[in-house]
Design a protein around this ligand. Structure first.
Ligand SMILES: Nc1ncnc2c1ncn2[C@@H]1O[C@H](COP(=O)(O)OP(=O)(O)OP(=O)(O)O)[C@@H](O)[C@H]1O
Ligand SMILES: [Mg+2]
Length: 512
């Protein structure tokens, strides 16, 4: 626990033992008249893992951005090591040892791990970079945190978890003593999330103050020493993690209980809606086959990332496989053509809503209509028409309406995810492929999205769901296919298996 820790030796602020390394008082921040932070207090101690929780839009990332100098607070004070900091900037924050690993990875993907770790600080002799020293120092930085990654690999070839670890190592090497991780385990497999938690514990034991943002309640209960819950830009509760239980945490975040239980659905029909045969792309997918009946939800459980986004690329027609067949409603659909996949009645919803799913600069309504019929697209410029067409979709999918029709990028993650689903599923598809539909979504929005997926299946749509969450699979799917290294390694009826048994098969026989 924080107060029992020895004072951190390398603490640049020289914080007295038992004193908070960071003290936030009454911080406010508005965006164009809308208050995102309404007087937030926060104390952060060296050697603690401090979870920051709250629903989408509660203000977690905004608080982090204020602390790391990306945004200027409108009011309130931030004290670091006993000194009040006026006008925090990114450079100042960095000098004070405040580092953040944001929601999106920020590595130079074409550079090696070693180069990324030492970026901006490459050892040189004259004008020549000392490459051996680069590799040695990077290796040392990773090793000190118990991270085992070959430093000569390019960042782009790493898994998301490995990229996170490299970013953490870089920040610690640069002197980060207050490390903020914004949803580091979103979309990771159970095993990869475990590695990140191990790393976070190592950091804590080194005396780093870790701010940990996550929507996963079990995870927070397992890793955090202290939990602060934000709701609508204000702190509603801040206490040692041991004083919370899961239900209490949900009530603090949402203001009510949230139940997301497996729903009663009509059984699947006999007809096959979606059939995939022998799909092979020579890389992440090897001989993948699955049959999904109409009204059935079949989950593919595996680590997020490569295999899942490859499946998205192949099924949506963005990429051609080496081999394989795809049938929708019994009709063969050619690969490699997005239009053919759509015309066949298959809708694929990407897990990468920022890069592929939504046009961040366009409004919610414009985004909703982008996947609609061509008629709607041609009329896109006619605002009244657009709003009339979009209104029922917003209602069905429970998308919030914000004043002034802001770009979709201003919406919270959960609301963006609902826009994405509405965009693709508005026309009744025969089959759909959903890639991690609740990625980065809060517990209430997650329950809503699960209900939407249930309804889809109830209407007879064949649903193939790629998920990295065993809970989600158990909640939604009739059957689950476990994929490892691109191959199907197991298949289960979800009513005949427990969550823990599922995790055990997914991890190759080892329990978590
Ligand atoms: N640059 C911005 N311009 C306008 N509004 C913003 C901006 N950044 C955040 N907001 C708004 O501030 C509020 C808080 O957003 P924030 O991103 O901090 O939420 P969050 O708790 O991190 O949510 P999530 O769990 O979805 O990541 C939201 O209403 C959001 O729409
Ligand atoms: Mg956020």
């Amino acid at each position: 626990m924080p107060t029992g820790e020895e004072p951190a030796e390398r603490d640049p602020q020289g914080t007295a033992p038992g004193a908070p390394v960071l003290r936030v008082r009454g911080v406010t921040k508005s965006f164009g008249g809308a208050a995102a932070l309404k007087g937030v207090d926060l104390d952060l101690y060296p050697g603690e893992i401090h979870a920051l929780m709250g629903m989408n839009g509660a203000g977690k990332s905004t608080l982090v951005q204020v602390l790391s100098g990306v945004h200027q607070a409108d009011g309130g004070t931030v004290e670091v090591g006993g000194h009040v900091e006026h006008g925090m900037t990114v450079r100042r924050a960095r000098r004070l040892g405040i580092a953040s690993v944001p929601q999106r990875r920020e590595l130079a993907m074409g550079l090696t791990v070693a180069e990324n770790v030492l970026l901006g600080d490459l050892p040189t002799r004259g004008r020549a970079v000392r490459w051996k020293a680069v590799r040695d120092e990077a290796r040392e930085a990773l090793h000190a945190l118990g991270i085992d990654i070959d430093v000569t690999r390019t960042a782009g070839s790493l898994t998301v978890a490995e990229q996170t670890m490299v970013e953490v190592a870089r920040e610690v090497r640069r002197g980060g003593r207050i490390l903020i991780l914004d949803e580091p385990t979103a979309c990771l497999s159970a095993e990869a999330a475990q590695q990140i938690r191990t790393l976070v514990r190592t950091l804590r034991d080194e005396g780093v103050a870790v701010v940990y943002i996550s929507h996963y309640i079990d995870e927070v209960m397992a890793v955090a020493d202290r939990v602060t819950v934000l709701r609508d830009g204000a702190v509603v509760q801040s206490a040692p993690a041991a004083e919370f239980d899961a239900g209490g945490l949900v009530r603090a975040m949402v203001g009510r209980d949230v139940v997301s239980r497996r729903a009663e659905r009509p059984g699947p029909k006999d007809e096959t809606g979606l059939a995939v045969r022998g799909l092979t792309d020579g890389r992440a997918i090897r001989d993948f086959s699955v049959d999904v009946r109409k009204g059935e939800i079949v989950a593919v459980l595996g680590p997020a990332g490569d295999a899942q986004s490859r499946l998205f690329d192949l099924l949506s027609g963005r990429r051609r496989p080496e081999h394989g067949e795809l049938h929708v409603d019994g009709v063969p659909v050619p690969f490699g053509r997005v239009r053919a996949s759509l015309a066949g009645g298959l809708r694929c919803v990407t897990g990468d809503r920022r890069a592929l799913g939504l046009v961040q600069e366009l409004s919610v309504d414009e985004n909703l209509m982008l996947a609609g019929d061509r008629f709607a697209r041609r009329r896109l410029h006619r605002r009244g028409h657009l709003a009339r067409r979009a209104a029922p979709l917003r209602r069905t999918y429970g998308v919030v309406s914000l004043a002034g029709n802001p770009p979709v990028g201003a919406l919270s993650g959960g609301n963006q995810q609902k826009v994405l689903l509405a965009k693709w599923l508005q026309t009744e598809p025969v089959a759909c492929f959903l890639e991690d539909p609740t990625n980065g979504v809060d517990i209430a929005a997650m329950a809503d999205i699960h209900t939407l997926v249930d309804e889809l299946a109830s209407r007879g749509v064949a649903v193939l769901l790629a998920s990295s969450s065993p809970e989600e699979v158990m909640r939604l799917a009739d059957r689950v296919v476990v994929v490892s290294a691109g191959r199907t390694v197991a298949e289960h009826d979800t009513t005949a298996i427990t969550r823990d048994e599922l995790v055990a098969t997914a991890l190759g026989g080892q329990a978590q």
